[in-house]
Write a protein that binds this ligand. Structure first.
Ligand code: HEC
Length: 133
C-alpha cells in the first residue's frame, strides 16, 4: 500500500517537473569521461588508453584556445564533435557523435541569432572551455 502511494507520488512529481536539458560543464565533464576520455585522456591532454594506439594520436584538447589566439573556438569544437563540418584531412579515427543521441535540442542565442544545438553537444563544449590552459 505504502509503495503504491510513493509510486503515485513519483509519477505526479515527475510529471510536473519537466527536466531542463543539461547543458552545463558538469554534465559535459561526465559525458567526456564516458565518451571521449578513452582517446583524449581523462584530462583531455591526448593520452587515453585507446588514443595512444590510434594512427592519428588525439591532440591536446586543453590547448585549443591557446592555439586560436586565446579564443576558445566554440563553433569549430562543436562541429568537430558532431561531425557536421570537418575538414577533409580530419582523421576518421574520431567518431561523429552527431550520429548518436546528443540529447534534446536547445536554442543558443548568439548576436541575436538563435541556433538549435543538441544539449549534450553544448555541455561538452562548455566543459572543454573550462579545461583550456
Ligand atoms: C576513437 C577515438 C576518439 C574518441 C572516442 C573521441 N575523439 Fe576527439 N579526436 C580523435 C582524434 C584522432 C582527433 C584528431 C583528428 C585530426 O586532427 O585529424 C580528435 C580531435 C578532436 C577535436 C579537435 C581538436 C583540435 O585541436 O583540432 C576535438 C574538439 C575533439 N576531438 C573532441 C572530442 C570529444 C568532445 C569527444 C567525446 C564526445 C571525442 N573527441 C571523442 C579521437 C577521438
Amino acid at each position: 500500500m505504502k509503495q503504491g502511494i510513493f509510486a503515485a507520488l513519483a509519477i505526479v512529481v515527475g510529471g510536473c517537473v519537466a527536466p531542463e536539458p543539461e547543458t552545463g560543464s558538469a554534465a559535459g565533464a561526465l559525458a567526456f569521461q564516458q565518451d571521449c576520455a578513452s582517446c583524449h585522456g581523462v584530462d583531455g591532454k591526448g593520452a587515453g588508453d585507446f588514443g595512444v594506439q590510434l594512427f592519428q594520436v588525439p591532440p591536446d584538447l586543453t590547448r585549443m584556445a591557446a592555439n586560436n589566439g586565446g579564443v576558445f573556438p566554440r563553433d569549430y569544437v562543436m562541429s568537430v564533435i558532431d561531425g557536421y563540418t570537418r575538414a577533409d584531412h580530419f582523421s576518421v579515427a574520431m567518431p561523429e557523435f552527431g550520429a548518436l543521441d546528443l540529447g534534446p535540442t536547445v536554442i543558443v542565442e548568439e548576436d541575436g541569432v538563435g541556433t538549435p544545438v543538441p544539449a549534450g553537444l553544448l555541455a561538452l563544449a562548455n566543459y572543454l572551455e573550462t579545461i583550456q590552459e
